[in-house]
Design a protein. Structure first.
Length: 134
């Protein structure tokens, strides 16, 4: 579905979400990742990929790439910020609602974009053999 105009983003999204969209944190890929995972938003076909590096049971680094909308970028940015430095078990327990709260809210039709970010993280943790499906 592509990107929305920035002006529209300012109208639709809370300041925290606009900040994560305009200055996304942790973009790219982790060097020497322990896990890599992707998820797709079935509503639009967009995709987010997250890579993680673990150390001593914690997320030492987490980075993302997304072909997604304003909400997808903001969600992945906020999620990687939420989980960096946290214990793997805590990171596994992060829910889309936590990401949405960190953004100050998302339009209801954009909540699936946050679900996609969390799905990518969980897939990365499974790939690193520390996810619930491992
Ligand atoms: S509309 Fe496609 S990821 Fe948000």
């Amino acid at each position: 579905m592509g990107q929305e105009r920035f002006g529209a983003a300012e109208d639709l999204y809370p300041p925290a979400a606009v900040d994560h969209f305009t200055s996304p944190r942790n973009v790219g890929g982790v060097d020497d990742p322990d896990g890599k995972g992707s998820d797709t938003n079935p509503a639009c076909g967009d995709r987010t990929t997250i890579t993680v590096r673990l150390r001593d049971g914690r997320i030492e680094d987490a980075r993302f790439r997304t072909f997604g909308c304003v909400a997808a970028i903001a969600s992945a940015s906020a999620l990687t910020e939420l989980v960096r430095g946290r214990a793997v078990a805590e990171a596994r327990a992060v829910e889309p609602a936590d990401v949405i709260a960190a953004l100050g809210g998302l339009p209801a039709r954009k909540e699936a974009c946050a679900v996609m970010a969390v799905g990518a993280l969980r897939a990365a943790l499974v790939d690193a053999h520390v996810g619930s499906g491992a």
